[in-house]
Design a protein around this ligand. Structure first.
Ligand code: SF4
Length: 262
């Protein structure tokens, strides 16, 4: 499908930041190269289900932007996670409302607002040089595009950022154990990520499993279908996380602490 961009409209360049390692690195790159990457504002789509550490990264980014005189905008979805959960149940592969109706609602609000000013949005997105499959344009030719990937434009690869992020205190150790960050209440969390949630916030972990269990029961009651979380069900997964994966993660954490003292 062709997307027609009206190039006569004034572009509004915005950096979209999630609070993860790539967006943090991209923002630094842009702030140090404003001639090459003009910046009108920085935007964060603020979700209730963001990890606590990434919320603190966002606070720090906002401070740095404000010190540089750059507008920092936080946009929340118009409906809360709880409201959408009440309507659809816990998100899953068949009902991925967490993206379409929740996260992307922030983008919709932003782009509508920019277009109402008779401007066209140009988003800086933190994709790296080795994420080619996700590119919408050819690197080196972003001037007339609706998005730009500054990290890829500079030839920076994901592993380079990961190595740096592992020891960067602002990420509170998260990247010592994980390569990427998604949302905290995500249906696609790995076993180790669920163990991390249990490790840092047991109440939230229990809440997530209550929601998943309730959704399994609701689908059976309302649709007469069996849906089991990760094909074996909430109870089994919760048990495995508590009895196996939490100690695997703790062993890794302890291993890191030993090296930290060497
Ligand atoms: S990271 Fe997970 S919870 Fe967040 S929008 Fe994507 S699928 Fe949904």
């Amino acid at each position: 499908m062709w997307c027609v961009i009206n190039l006569s409209l004034r572009p509004v360049h915005y950096a979209s930041v999630s609070g993860g390692k790539d967006s943090f690195c991209m923002l630094n790159l842009i702030l140090n190269n404003l001639d090459k990457y003009p910046l009108d504002m920085v935007v964060h789509f603020e979700l209730e289900i963001d990890w606590g550490w990434s919320k603190r990264v966002i606070d720090e980014m906002q401070k740095r932007c404000e010190a540089a005189g750059i507008t920092f905008l936080r946009i929340k979805p118009r409906k809360s996670w709880e409201e959408l959960y009440e309507k659809y149940g816990f998100p899953n592969a068949h009902a991925r409302w967490c993206n379409s109706e929740y996260k992307l609602d922030c983008k919709k609000q932003l782009e509508t607002w920019i277009r109402q000013q008779n401007c066209r949005p140009v988003a800086y997105i933190g994709l790296c040089a080795d994420e080619k499959a996700r590119f919408k344009y050819k690197i080196g030719n972003w001037q007339d595009q609706e998005c730009c990937y500054p990290l890829a434009e500079e030839g920076i690869e994901e592993w380079q950022i990961l190595e740096w992020a592992k020891t960067e205190p602002i990420f509170e150790g998260y990247y010592k154990y994980f390569k990427r960050q998604g949302c905290m209440l995500c249906p696609f969390l790995s076993m180790k990520e669920m163990a991390y949630l249990l490790y840092i916030d047991e109440d939230m972990f229990n809440y997530m499993f209550d929601c998943i269990k309730e959704t399994e029961e609701r689908i059976l009651r309302e649709k007469g279908k069996i849906w089991l979380f990760k094909t074996v069900g909430a109870d089994t997964i919760k048990h495995r996380v508590k009895n196996k994966w939490k100690s695997i993660l703790e062993m890794e954490i302890n291993q890191y602490s030993i090296f930290d003292y060497m």
